[in-house]
Design a protein around this ligand. Structure first.
Ligand SMILES: Nc1ncnc2c1ncn2[C@@H]1O[C@H](COP(=O)(O)OP(=O)(O)OP(=O)(O)O)[C@@H](O)[C@H]1O
Length: 474
């Protein structure tokens, strides 16, 4: 291989080789959005979009990148790595795929596309009707280690900035903000283009609507409703695993939208390559754009989320003042699971502490929140115990919760029980489904989501859940 001196050409060549070695996912997440620039002293710097990407490159790719670079560079220079915030926001025009990232906060709102709704109020309603939660916006999303890159990309997508990352795929463990980011993108995209058709749905809803459309022989209308979207967001894509005809429909929808240059945003609990029960052609389409990891939150982020949530509750008048830092730390310490668990503890604290929040000590919190918040290991709560407690509370038989019966008087308590299982046990959705009369995991997911939604809208349900939580925690 001949030696080169132009940094852009060397970068293109070295990055391509690195891609072959590290794979598409990490490449499109960390390397493709980076660019090489020369500083005032002639040093070469690889500029990453975020500090998180910088750290990832430093730990995982810099050494190899330098080896590749040295093999190509006639001037034997070395690369250092910095994030954009450290070197200023202007990147050279040669940046690989970077101009899109440059436009994150500076791009003016683009002109609206052909109207599909009569008025912005209508379109906002249409988005809401699709199952978005009003609370889940960029304003309420807290940035931290592990989600900074995903947040930057989410904002970029929401700004309708031109770009060739399509689809954008958010992946990461259960309960750390993927749904929040997808909701935030949908709200912001709709705000910036009130006339655009922004469609958000869970994969579960995609599946059930598609199945119903097949039964009603109305698949043409279903297809049309999705293919006329300017932006389509599908949450929890892993749930189409194993459903052949739904996967085929999803594949057709994605290819048609991509061909038309429409935006696609997806999420799943794993990276596309790991979605092994998804058909390879669909999987390769899912992986073809940009994969953004949303990682489990560290302690600092959890404290910030708890504080943020309490501030929002203070604005609503649920609590008064700010919790002491040691109280926040204590909440985080006692909820080692996902952000959902932390939010559950924060909500319970807010409900019981109210106006006393600012004066609470750690001891007060321990006694207010019961045994689960006392020092020492948490008592394990079982699915069986949850089913018994819930059926007693609602005056039902435990067998009713496991039965096929779907009347509201049974279905709602069943969903509450499923929600409590997700909150208080480590069981997966399929596992919970099996313990509720062999139900499908998508039914459990739907139930859990429904209760999460109702908790912010229905006081009676919030009271029931709180009372049940207290009972379970002894
Ligand atoms: N960085 C964050 N800032 C504020 N709230 C957060 C953040 N991350 C997660 N949350 C909150 O934690 C809860 C769980 O997050 P979310 O539902 O987005 O998780 P998820 O990754 O989509 O999980 P699932 O795999 O079940 O779909 C939500 O109430 C969300 O608002």
């Amino acid at each position: 291989m001949g030696q080169m001196t132009d940094p852009d050409r060397i970068w293109t060549e070295a990055a391509d080789r690195l891609k072959a070695e590290i794979g598409d996912g990490p490449y499109s997440s960390y390397i493709a959005p980076s660019a090489v620039r020369v500083d005032g002293q002639g040093n070469l710097i690889l500029v990453t979009p975020t500090a998180y990407a910088r750290d990832w490159v430093r730990q995982n790719a810099l050494r190899r990148m330098n080896e590749l670079w040295l093999g190509l560079d006639g001037l034997s220079r070395r690369l250092d790595v910095r994030c954009r915030a450290e070197v200023g926001s202007v990147l050279p025009s040669s940046a690989r795929e970077v101009p899109r990232l440059n436009s994150i906060s500076t791009a003016p709102a683009p002109a609206p596309v052909a109207p599909t709704f009569a008025a912005s109020a209508d379109s906002a309603r249409a988005v809401r009707a699709a199952g978005l939660q009003e609370r889940l916006t960029f304003d309420t999303f807290v940035e931290g280690h592990g989600n900074a890159f995903a947040l930057a990309i989410a904002k970029q997508v929401a700004s309708w900035a031109d770009g060739h990352f399509n689809p954008v795929f958010f992946c990461g463990p259960y309960g750390y903000g993927k749904t929040h980011l997808l909701n935030a993108i949908a709200w912001e995209a709709q705000r910036l283009r009130p006339n655009a058709k922004v469609v958000y749905l869970t994969a579960e809803r995609f599946l059930s609507t598609f199945v119903r459309a097949m039964q009603d022989r109305s698949t043409a209308a279903f297809k049309e409703s999705l293919r006329s979207a300017d932006m389509l967001l599908i949450d929890d894509v892993q749930f189409v695993g194993g459903k052949a005809s739904t996967q085929e429909e999803l594949l057709n929808t994605l290819t048609s939208l991509i061909e038309d240059g429409k935006r696609i945003v997806l999420s799943a609990d794993r990276a596309p390559v790991a979605l092994t029960d998804i058909e390879p052609r669909l999987r390769s389409h899912l992986a073809a754009g940009l994969t953004c990891p949303v990682e489990a939150a560290d302690r600092t982020l959890k404290v910030a989320v708890a504080q943020n949530r309490l501030r929002s509750l203070a604005k609503l008048g649920v609590v008064a003042g700010e919790a002491r830092p040691e109280v926040l730390e204590h909440l985080v310490e006692r909820t080692p699971g996902s952000m959902r668990e932390l939010e559950g503890a924060v909500n319970t604290l807010a409900a019981v502490a109210g106006a006393r929040l600012a004066t609470l000590t750690v001891e007060d919190v321990q006694s207010l929140l019961g045994t689960a918040m006392r020092g020492g290991p948490e008592r394990r709560i079982t699915v069986d115990e949850i089913q018994k407690t819930v059926s007693e509370h609602f005056n039902l038989k435990q067998a009713d919760l496991l039965s096929e019966r779907r009347t509201r008087a049974i279905a709602r308590p069943r969903q509450i029980a499923m929600y409590l299982c997700k909150q208080h046990t480590t069981r997966s959705y399929p596992d919970i489904g099996r313990r509720f009369g062999g139900r499908d995991h998508t039914t459990v997911l739907h139930g859990v989501r429904k209760i999460e939604e109702l908790l912010t809208q229905d006081e009676q349900i919030a009271r029931d859940v709180e009372a049940l939580t207290r009972k379970l925690r002894g």
